[in-house]
Design a protein around this ligand. Structure first.
Ligand SMILES: [Zn+2]
Ligand SMILES: [Zn+2]
Ligand SMILES: [Zn+2]
Ligand SMILES: [Zn+2]
Length: 451
């Protein structure tokens, strides 16, 4: 069940023993809310209809489905103008009068359809597989039609994926919680909502899915998958601390379940590192990746995953405010290497390849800024040394003047040191001209005593 909040006050409901309307099964946090919802919330008028639809969950799914289809058809109206459904061959659906949609990889005149027709097809294909007891893989393949186009075999996206996911949910919501199709449908719904950027709703469906899995003793594998989806929902909502908390937990879950070399564990290490990068926990990200990158290399996991992990490592190197000049140089050379690999493995237009290119520019800019800073620091040090040497030399001239006369050897030494200092001065602007002219005066004063 995904109606996990009281319809009157929005308080979260206990998963199994909430108070419910005896006729339509709408659940409440307590008697007061139930009474209030009946008298002032309009439930007295809806109760019969909800009961007739098959109960609160079914009614909710049906209502959300109808609204989602309208949104999808409206958003696709421009694209589908003058087209017909490839399933029923009509422009308007004969029964629902809904418009056409298309949000997959189909091009030209291919792939226009009614959400109702797509849903009907998926429903029949799955039912047929179930009736004929076709094996698990076939059932699973057919279930794909709830989110993947049968023509171009690409996933639907956005509002179309969302509408189809409500169709899927309303088809299986009446089944028991431990039914396989019910379980896949709730996850399809969570994905569909996320795809249409209904992140809050998606989060609440994922939460319902997780508590259902815990209730029905779901496998640890499935629980970790759902927790991963929950973390994605938190991320979409900008709750980064919550994401990090979950990622740590999920990573240790995979580690315990499958060990450090399993793909799921390594992928989660990458997710955790990414979350640490977002929150600028650079040291922790570095130490995690130093542990897991060698494992990824050793087991030869997917090129794409290794690339992602290396990319996080390279970003950590230059984003850390405490990064040394050597760290920045390493970050740039790593990025250059990653850029070449990304082009080869993913192609230049892949979002990761584009992202790596951008962060290469950022890393280079950070290195340039740091190098310029290093030059400024060295320059300041050189200027300080020059000033000290100048004052010391002036003091020597003054002492020679006070003495009145000077030995030839001493005068030559002074002259040599003065020439050397003047060569150093030529290399820079003249903030020391005052000191220099005072030395020149001293030299002038020195001349008569010399013989
Ligand atoms: Zn309530
Ligand atoms: Zn009722
Ligand atoms: Zn149709
Ligand atoms: Zn398609």
């Amino acid at each position: 069940m995904i109606l996990t909040h009281c319809p009157a006050c929005a308080a979260p409901l206990h998963s199994t023993n909430a108070k419910q309307c005896s006729r339509c099964k709408t659940r409440y946090c307590g008697l007061a809310c139930q009474k209030q919802h009946w008298e002032g919330g309009g439930h007295d008028k809806l109760c019969k209809l909800i009961k007739k639809s098959g109960g609160a969950e079914q009614f909710h799914a049906d209502t959300k489905y109808t609204a989602a289809v309208a949104v999808a058809a409206k958003e696709c109206a421009e694209d589908t103008k003058g087209q017909t459904c490839y399933i029923c061959t009509q422009a308007l659906h004969w029964k629902t009068k809904e418009g056409l949609v298309r949000m997959c990889a189909c091009r030209g005149t291919a792939g226009f359809a009614h959400v109702s027709c797509l849903a009907e097809q998926a429903k029949i294909l799955v039912a047929e597989a179930e009736e004929n007891n076709l094996d698990w893989k076939v059932q699973n393949d057919r279930f794909q039609r709830w989110h993947t186009c049968g023509l171009c075999e690409q996933m639907y996206h956005g509002v179309v994926e969302c509408a189809l996911s409500w169709a899927c949910w309303k088809t299986y919501v009446g089944r028991p919680e431990d039914d396989w199709a019910y379980n896949v449908a709730i996850s399809v719904l969570g994905n569909g909502l996320a795809s249409a950027r209904h992140h809050k709703e998606s989060l609440s469906v994922r939460e319902a899915e997780l508590s259902m899995l815990l209730r029905t003793n779901g496998s640890q594998h499935n629980i970790l998958v759902v927790q991963g989806n929950l973390a994605i929902a938190y991320e979409a909502l900008g709750q980064h601390e919550e994401v990090l908390r979950m990622r740590r937990k999920i990573y240790s879950g995979w580690l315990k379940l499958y060990g450090e070399e399993h793909f799921d564990t390594l992928r989660e290490a990458n997710n955790l590192a990414s979350s640490l990068l977002d929150l600028q926990r650079f040291e922790e990200a570095k130490s995690l990746l130093r542990r897991t990158l060698p494992v990824a290399r050793r087991v030869g996991t997917s090129d794409e995953l290794t690339l992602k992990m290396n990319w996080i490592y390279a970003r950590v190197l230059y984003r850390d405010a405490d990064a040394t000049l050597d760290d920045l140089r390493e970050a740039v050379s790593k990025h250059e290497e990653l850029e070449r690999t990304a082009r080869r493995v993913l192609g230049g237009a892949h979002p990761d390849a584009v992202g790596i290119e951008k962060s290469l520019r950022d890393a280079r800019a950070a290195l340039r800024a740091r190098e310029a800073e290093a030059v400024r620091v060295a320059d300041r040090a050189a200027a300080g040394a020059l000033q000290r040497d100048l004052y010391a030399l002036r003091r020597r001239f003054e002492l020679a003047c006070e003495a009145g006369t000077v030995q030839v050897a001493e005068r030559d030494a002074l002259q040599r040191d003065l020439d050397a200092i003047q060569r150093r001065l030529e290399a820079r602007e003249a903030p020391f001209s005052g000191v220099v002219s005072s030395i020149c005066e001293a030299v002038g004063a020195l001349a008569p005593g010399d013989a």
